[in-house]
Each structure stands twice: as structure tokens, then as C-alpha cells.
Ligand binder design. Structure first.
Ligand code: NDP
Ligand code: OXD
Length: 319
């Protein structure tokens, strides 16, 4: 199919433009690719491929047929309160991204479960010492957000022997995973959770959810060192002052954070130097240019052929 009669516009923020363009041209060298802000005639643009598009820019394309988020989350598109109406917003659902996220979740659950922070400390002191070690089957992991990413991570943790539950809007029926739904079942979900993994989207219904009241409800009778938070969803899901307070009062023992209220995390944040906090720079599951471009191009080819787009977000729900 000839795609040369239409134009794509990339919004790439601080990502590597050369790599994204090279990978897309590798897939189809005939494409008319524009890189914001050098967009040329706004009437030409059929598809926007966007990471953090500046508010107001998408509205300028009168012939826009779809907006592709370059990540799984779409809150960075929603930041624009003046989005064109009736243009579908499509998010990434791709095995490459899903596997990366599950690697991250499994790594950090195991790292806390196996008490690796303490062994690193022993090593720094040249100390040969072993600690008691609960079995995975004694450790209860709770995954907030049982969507594309949460389900895959939950199943991998279950395979490793952990006792896994998930929390979502709707009830799930997944073999071996206990399902909790909605605010009414949140407390029960937290009460049975030793390691809380957050893979929720940022919406009006989830903003600020990871707060002191939630940490207070986490199980305090676990086999490990105490409740752990792993957040790879979005930074604005969490209240960082409440995380620090909970780390002091024992509602949390430790945390792994990939996302932050403000990114990059300001150098003044006490999280950087907290002895029981692990920080990664919002790279739990990076968007791989080759895989994500291929996913989007497949969708566009199908769309041009009159087929429906997949993974269009529900604007009313916000994810
Ligand atoms: P999905 O849309 O597939 O899943 C979202 C899940 O959250 C669903 O299970 C949904 O419930 C649940 N949910 C949404 N709102 C609520 C609510 N108010 N209460 C309870 N549950 C709720 O998203 P993905 O799994 O693909 O991605 C999740 C998020 O991960 C992304 O939005 C993004 O923010 C983040 N992410 C972070 C990355 C990183 O590198 N740090 C990389 C990729 C994604 P239901 O199933 O009932 O609809
Ligand atoms: C995403 C992300 O949403 O990388 O994909 O945060």
C-alpha cells in the first residue's frame, strides 16, 4: 500500500529524533515525516505520533485522523485541554513494552523479597552474614491496575510462587490471581498486600491515590521486613511527602520509584538519599523506537484500508 500521499508529524519531546526517524524510514522510506515544530503545511498532517505534545498544537491540524501516543500512558496527551474533538487517541499495547515492564516489576519485587539492599550493605562492610529468607509463597504481592501491563506482571510473579492479587475497576477472572475491584474493595486488597506494585494510569480517579491512608492499610504482619511500594505507573499517583512519612512511621519499609510528581526528580528531593528508597529515571518500560514505530505503522496501514484502529482510549474514562 502506498502511504506517501499523507504526512505524519512526530512530537518527540527530548527523545532522540534521529533514532525515531531512522527506524521509521527503515520500515518505509517513502513516508512523509515531519518533526514538530518544523511541520510545514498543517493541512498535510494526517497522523500525529506524540510524546508530550505541547498543548494546543494538535488542534492546529485540520485533517488529523488519529493521535498515536508513543507510550502506553495517555495522560501526557490529555495534559492538552484543547485537544481536537472526535480524533481517536491510540495508545501503545505491544509485547516489547509489556515484557520490559514485567522485567522491571519482577526485578524489584525479587530485590525487596530477597532483602538485597541489606546484603549490599553487608558487602560494603565486608560482612559475611546471612539472614532468614521467607519463601515467595509467604509473600503477598498486590498489583494495582490489572490491565495490559499489570496482568502480565502478575502472571509472571505468580509463576515464581508469589501470592498475587490485583485491583482494578472491573472484576477479573484470572487463574490463580485474586481480583479486587473499585474503592469498596481497596482496603481488603491492601490489608492482604506486603508488596504493592502500582501500574495504574493517571486519571481524575487515580491522581494522588498512593497516599498515607493507603500505606496505613497495607499488611503489617508479612513474612518480610515490612510493606513495600513499587510505583511504575505515574508520579502524580503518589504523594511523595506521604511516602517519606510512611517510611519513617513504619507504614512503609521501603520503596522503588520509577516515576515522580515532578520529573526529572529535583536534586533537592530527600528521596534521592533515603536509605530505603530505590530510584530509576522513568525507564521501567521505555518505548523502543523499532517496536513502537512498527506497531503504529501497522495500525495506520489498516486504518487506511478502512479497518478499525486498535487500543483507542475511552476519552470519558481517560485511559
Ligand atoms: P491499561 O489501560 O491496560 O490498564 C489500566 C488498569 O488500571 C486497568 O486494569 C484498569 O481497570 C485499572 N484502573 C484504571 N483506573 C482505575 C481506578 N480508578 N480504580 C481501579 N483501577 C483502575 O494500561 P496499561 O497496563 O497498558 O498501562 C498502565 C500504565 O502504566 C500506563 O497508563 C502508564 O501510566 C504506565 N506506564 C509506565 C511506564 C514506565 O516506564 N514507567 C511504561 C508504560 C506504562 P479495568 O481493567 O477494570 O479497566
Ligand atoms: C509509557 C511510559 O506510558 O513510558 O509508555 O511512561
Amino acid at each position: 500500500m502506498v502511504l506517501a500521499t499523507m504526512a505524519f508529524c512526530y512530537f518527540l519531546g527530548d527523545w532522540d529524533v534521529d533514532v525515531w526517524v531512522r527506524e521509521m524510514q527503515h520500515l518505509d522510506s517513502s513516508l512523509d515525516l515531519r518533526i514538530w515544530p518544523e511541520v510545514g503545511r498543517v493541512e498535510d498532517i494526517d497522523y500525529a505520533l506524540a510524546w508530550k505534545p505541547p498543548p494546543g498544537e494538535l488542534k492546529k491540524f485540520p485533517n488529523l485522523k488519529a493521535i498515536f501516543s508513543l507510550g502506553a500512558g495517555v495522560d501526557h496527551v490529555y495534559n492538552d485541554t484543547d485537544l481536537p474533538e472526535n480524533v481517536p487517541i491510540v495508545r501503545v499495547v505491544d509485547p516489547n513494552l509489556t515484557m520490559r515492564m514485567s522485567e522491571y516489576v519482577v526485578l524489584h519485587v525479587l530485590w525487596h523479597h530477597r532483602r538485597q539492599r541489606i546484603y549490599d550493605h553487608f558487602q560494603s562492610e565486608g560482612k559475611w552474614r546471612d539472614l532468614s529468607q521467607p519463601a515467595a509463597s509467604e509473600t503477598r504481592v498486590g498489583v494495582m491496575g490489572l490491565g495490559e501491563l499489570g496482568i502480565d506482571a502478575a502472571l509472571k510473579l505468580k509463576t515464581m510462587g508469589f501470592r498475587v492479587a490485583g485491583w482494578s475497576q472491573s472484576r477479573k477472572n484470572i487463574d490463580g490471581i485474586d481480583s479486587f475491584r473499585g474503592r469498596g474493595e481497596l482496603k481488603a486488597f491492601l490489608n492482604r498486600t506486603d508488596i504493592l506494585v502500582c501500574l495504574l494510569p493517571l486519571t481524575d480517579g487515580t491522581r494522588g491515590l498512593l497516599n498515607g491512608a493507603v500505606f496505613r492499610d497495607l499488611a503489617k504482619d508479612g513474612a518480610g521486613d515490612g510493606p513495600v511500594l513499587i510505583n511504575a505507573g505515574r508520579g502524580k499517583l503518589q504523594n511523595e511527602q506521604d511516602i517519606l512519612t510512611a517510611l519513617e512511621n513504619g507504614d512503609l519499609y521501603a520503596a522503588t520509584l520509577d516515576v515522580f510528581e515532578e520529573e526529572p526528580l529535583p536534586s533537592s528531593s530527600p528521596l534521592w538519599s533515603h536509605p530505603r528508597v530505590t530510584i530509576t529515571p522513568h525507564n521501567a518500560a521505555v518505548s523502543d523506537p523499532r517496536a513502537i514505530n512498527a506497531y503504529i505503522l501497522r495500525q495506520i496501514k489498516r486504518h487506511r484500508a478502512g479497518e478499525k484502529l486498535d487500543n483507542v482510549i475511552d476519552r470519558a474514562k481517560g485511559y
